[in-house]
Write a protein that binds this ligand. Structure first.
Ligand SMILES: [Zn+2]
Length: 352
């Protein structure tokens, strides 16, 4: 009986927590009362000191050889058998759910591989804005994020509660005059969906290497957060310097998406889907670029030789303060049960 009572109490508490999360809501609009300026009020973790995105000031970047990435499943030759990809509008972004063995490792990410679970887009209403990260104040028309979780954890959702839980591969989108042929099928499918909760499978999963930049050896690295609520500070960021090229017609397939469901009374255009840049605070942004190492080595000071990369490569295990969007009563429900319910919430709100 006591167990039963505890269970019901836990369920009630969790339902209350769930209601808080869902009632808060968020979007990218300035006049909705749920825009980026309000996220911190609804989600405490959005007010943290290691938030993303950031403006990368190239003059402040510390150069360091983090090593090469190892990508498994990204190429035509090693693409996983039986992989599937599903394109969906989730009311915040266009997300491509990935089900297959796509892994990334190396590059100072530690000893375990990270597995890709989805990729998604951020974009602007005009070409002068749209990316989340900026370089010396310059924004690109869009940004693509490949979200990967640390396979030292059992699954994506358990990884969300650890500081080294995710790594995101971030690529700017830049405009060229012609379509990117490697993305034709994907953008055709994106064009066929428009409203929240609409989705469609890709008949053929995209091959990442066919549309990612050819040079993946030059990138910025820093410790940051999800760029959407609940903004957990669990992301090792990789912002690649070489952009993905798309045509404006392809970008327009994103600009034609809506935040509302089909047949809503009013259509709300889903555009300018980027969070403004956040304070860097005392974080170091590293850059690895093998083409620049030779020049850099001649100017390294002794102190720079001793750059401590522990913060980047070896996450602090003390980050077990479960970052639930909790109020006090939520604390006494079991952590695993909370994690389970929160995972359901995150599944509906999480874009990266
Ligand atoms: Zn993102």
């Amino acid at each position: 009986m006591e167990t039963t009572t505890c269970f019901y109490v836990a369920v009630c508490v969790l339902v209350a927590c769930l209601s808080n999360v869902q009632a808060a809501g968020w979007d990218y609009l300035n006049d909705s009362g749920k825009g980026p300026d309000t996220w911190e009020a609804s989600y405490d973790t959005c007010g943290g000191s290691k938030q993303s995105p950031i403006n990368i000031e190239t003059a402040m970047v510390e150069e360091k050889d983090l090593g090469d990435f190892t990508f498994v499943g990204f190429g035509e030759d090693d693409k996983p058998v039986n992989a599937t990809m599903t394109v969906s509008n989730n009311g915040h972004s266009v997300v491509v759910g990935v089900d297959g063995d796509y892994h990334v490792s190396g590059a100072g990410l530690g000893t375990t591989a990270y597995k890709a679970v989805q990729f998604h887009f951020h974009w602007g209403s005009v070409n002068s804005q749209g990316s989340e990260h900026t370089i010396d104040g310059k924004a690109y028309p869009g940004e693509l994020h490949i979200v990967c979780y640390n396979t030292s954890y059992p699954n994506f959702f358990s990884a969300l509660f650890n500081e080294d839980g995710l790594t995101v591969l971030g690529f700017f989108l830049e405009i060229q005059t012609v379509d990117n042929p490697a993305l034709t099928q994907l953008f055709d499918v994106i064009s066929s969906i428009q409203f929240d909760e609409e989705e469609e499978d890709l008949s053929m999963p995209v091959v990442f290497n066919n549309f990612l930049p050819s040079d993946l050896s030059s990138y910025y690295r820093y410790s940051g957060s999800l760029t959407t609520p609940p903004c957990y500070e669990i992301v090792t960021w990789n912002v690649f310097t070489e952009p993905i090229m798309v045509s404006e017609a392809q970008l327009n397939a994103l600009r034609r998406q809506y935040a509302n469901k089909h047949n809503a009374a009013d259509n709300i255009t889903l555009t300018d889907t980027y969070r403004p840049v956040q304070p860097v605070n005392n974080r170091t942004v590293y850059m690895t670029d093998p083409n620049a190492v030779t020049d850099h080595m001649t100017t390294l000071s002794p102190n720079q030789d001793n750059i401590n990369t522990e913060n980047v490569n070896t996450p602090t295990p003390s980050y077990v303060n479960t970052p639930t969007p909790s109020s006090a009563p939520c604390q006494f429900a079991s952590t695993s049960l909370v994690a389970l319910v929160i995972s359901k919430v995150l599944a509906s709100v999480l874009d990266d």
